[in-house]
Write a protein that binds this ligand. Structure first.
Ligand code: AMP
Ligand code: MG
Length: 408
């Protein structure tokens, strides 16, 4: 009697346990987008780091402008010109003003800035038409960030704004979690590279590019190896060569793990540290995971060959494991609840991951394509997976389902 299938939850845990947290490495800011901080970022300087002007205008002593108005502007000699970037700013002598630009250092002695719009804009002499409040248009040292403040905490995923703050406080590089390196290897004697003619019985190899893209999208570094035919020696030889070079976190294969003959991955790995199981899910039942002793104990995950099975298995098992290893605060896809546009049936004992599109306004999900795992065309139209639990065999239209958004 065949043993009961392994649950999705259990296989997720098995795959996640294969990957250790990646160490920190220093990375230039320009390469840090989307990556995860390994340590807090502490401001080396305050923001602002010196008192500066919030406007283009004139640095003044506010008390000297008493009585200024549209009707009776007050005239001053412009004693200095302070563009942004000037580092030798002279003291503001009583009875004079300095022309000053936004972001330029406020001279000692000044206690307000009058915007150029409230003057005649003069260069040597200026007429000022308002009485500024003391402190007007001055940006004060540390009013945004104090030197020594933590501006970004460990575990933050770096977007544009976070990279901007890091640069502003003087970080040239950031301590980031290393991206796991994933070797991607497809198997199948029927496979041919896109761009070459097909003989009858051959197909274009699509899992390799798809999984490599999925690895990169998850934040890993994908190394796409040239696919191999269903030949154990060639398969193992290809892996041996690359894994011996070192620095591989995961070997990710597709194909050759089901119940037929010529199951190259199963034949090569069985009894060598990789366990092959049937997982209670659809698509993607046949799965394998473990460590290959002869390849330096490298972590191995073997996905089924049907392209939709491969994609779904990657999403369910590999993507969250890679992201967790990188310290990502949200290893899983964003999950929402939506109601089914149409009723459906589902086999007992298997968690189904069906492909769909979401109507966010209506809060509904509609299936695209069919449940069949060779239907690549519809896979490309899907915006989400929706989940039918193991113990559910029928759902009416309007039933709520869990939806994984694939474009978060
Ligand atoms: P397998 O898991 O090797 O039995 O393959 C199952 C199905 O997926 C077969 O129809 C294969 O031709 C197809 N398949 C396997 N690997 C790939 C691949 N890399 N690209 C496209 N189709 C594949
Ligand atoms: Mg095959």
């Amino acid at each position: 009697m065949p043993s009961a299938p392994r649950s999705v939850v259990e296989h997720r845990a098995v795959v996640a346990a294969l990957l250790s947290p990646t160490p920190a490495e220093d990375v230039p800011l320009a390469q840090s987008l989307g990556r995860v901080l390994a340590a807090d970022v502490v401001a080396a300087v305050s923001l602002p780091s010196f008192e500066n002007s919030a406007m283009d205008g004139y640095a003044v002593r506010a008390g000297e402008l008493a009585g200024a108005s549209e009707a009776s502007p007050v005239a001053f000699r412009v004693a200095a010109d302070i563009p942004a970037g000037r580092t030798d700013v002279p003291v503001l002598e009583p009875g004079t003003v300095h022309r000053i630009m936004t972001g330029a250092p406020v001279p000692a002695g000044a206690d307000a800035v009058v915007p150029v719009e409230q003057t005649d804009g003069g260069v040597e002499r200026v007429l000022i038409r308002v009485v500024p409040e003391k402190g007007a248009y001055l940006r004060h040292v540390g009013e945004d960030v104090h030197a020594g403040d933590v501006v970004l905490t460990a575990g933050t995923v770096l977007g544009a704004a976070q990279i901007g703050v890091a640069a502003a406080v003087g970080s040239a590089t950031l301590p980031l979690r290393r991206r796991p390196v994933v070797l991607v290897l497809s198997t199948g004697s029927e496979l041919v590279a896109p761009g070459t003619p097909l003989q009858p019985g051959q197909i274009y190899e699509s899992n390799g590019p798809m999984l490599a893209a999925a690895v990169e999208d998850a934040g890993g570094v994908a190394e796409l190896l040239r696919f191999v035919p269903d030949d154990v020696e060639q398969f193992l030889g290809t892996l041996r060569e690359r894994v011996e070079e070192g620095a591989v976190d995961l070997v990710l294969t597709s194909g050759g793990v089901s119940a037929g003959a010529y199951e190259v991955v199963k034949d090569a790995f069985t009894g060598r540290g990789v366990e092959f199981v049937k997982v209670g899910m659809q698509p993607g039942g046949p799965q394998g995971a473990g460590r290959m002793a002869e390849l330096g104990d490298v972590a191995v995950v073997t996905l089924p060959g049907n392209p939709v099975s491969s994609q779904v298995s990657f999403e369910v098992f590999v993507r969250p494991a890679l992201r967790a290893a990188m310290g990502h605060p949200h290893p899983d896809r964003a999950v929402v609840t939506a109601t089914l546009s149409e009723g459906l049936r589902s086999p007992a004992g298997r968690r189904q991951f069906r492909r769909g599109t979401v109507d966010a306004v209506q809060g509904t999900v509609r299936e695209v394509g069919t449940v069949a795992s060779h239907m690549l065309g519809s896979m490309a139209l899907a915006e989400c997976f929706f989940v039918v639990p193991e113990d559910v065999t029928e759902l009416p239209a309007g039933a709520p389902v869990e939806v994984w958004l694939l474009d978060d």
